[in-house]
Ligand binder design. Sequence first.
Ligand SMILES: NC(=O)c1ccc[n+]([C@@H]2O[C@H](COP(=O)([O-])OP(=O)(O)OC[C@H]3O[C@@H](n4cnc5c(N)ncnc54)[C@H](O)[C@@H]3O)[C@@H](O)[C@H]2O)c1
Length: 312
Amino acid sequence: MNTVPEPTFVEGQHHPGQEYLYARLDGHVIIPYVRSRHMEYPYRVDGAIAVVTGAAQGLGLGITERLAENGATVLMADVQDEAADREAERLRSQGLNVHSEHLDITDSASVTEFFSKVAADQDCIDILVNNAGVGQKVTPTVSLPDEEWNRVIGVTLTGTFYCCRAAGGIMEKQESGSIVNISSINGQNPAALVVAYNVAKEGIISLTRTLALELAAYGIRVNAVCPGPVYTAFNRSNMAQRGKTLDLTEDQMVERIRSAIPLGRWGEPDDIANGVAFLCSPAASWITGEVLRVSGGMEGVAAAPPRRTSAP
Ligand SMILES: NC(=O)c1ccc[n+]([C@@H]2O[C@H](COP(=O)([O-])OP(=O)(O)OC[C@H]3O[C@@H](n4cnc5c(N)ncnc54)[C@H](O)[C@@H]3O)[C@@H](O)[C@H]2O)c1
């Protein structure tokens, strides 16, 4: 199976109280690269009750870990019960305050019930990170089936709306809270062949900015993070499909993306989690309606595909 090349770590310069590492990729490129075990946790949210959707793996799992390391109690809400239970157990064994919960964000009534129960059990909801989302099968827009459009919009955009509506209402009553919605660089710069995903992610930016205006009077902040490429299960499937459309192997596709990232490496869940933790923390207390791109400088994957040799 294909993997993003593992960087080798070399010791970098030392500053009082902090240690920086640099990754050496391709034998010669030196790139700033800080791994979580070497980090201090500056974005404290001690005692906060946080919900992270899609937390059983990938970015959601990284975000869960980082918020818990910063002092939050985190409820990991996902449809994958077994994986969420297993990861919650693992994080608890590291002393973190984390619990797994079943939630399908596409089920409107269940979402409302879920957040009401969290508010009743925990007394409040301080942080919501809407991370759950699904990628689209790489397909030309002119032949995209209804079911695929509806599936992607249903989970990624409508599901995020359901969670924002339910938790936003509770936060409005308690007059506090912070919501971070996970969009994508595709939400700012659409990529070819994934129209439903692009529309869902751009919709999330609009949802974020609308809600930020409506909830500002109640002291609630609503922001979005636009991740660039991180090699999760989501992207493994995407890279293989995209490579096929360009007659490239998955390895070649992974390298092509890497070389287009100004900071010269794929992202890690930690990179995205750090952006989210900052926006959730008091360090961002005068930031709302903001869209934070965390992408190693990549603005989007804007290449136009060649003409098809067969009918779509
Ligand atoms: N990985 C990337 O490069 C990348 C880049 C930009 C944006 N994103 C976005 O970040 C988020 C996380 O991406 P990832 O790479 O970790 O994906 P992933 O596929 O590895 O994980 C997504 C998680 O969401 C859960 N989920 C799916 N449908 C759900 C539902 N209906 N209800 C509750 N949970 C559900 C899955 O079970 C899974 O645990 C997604 O919104 C994705 O669009 C990812």
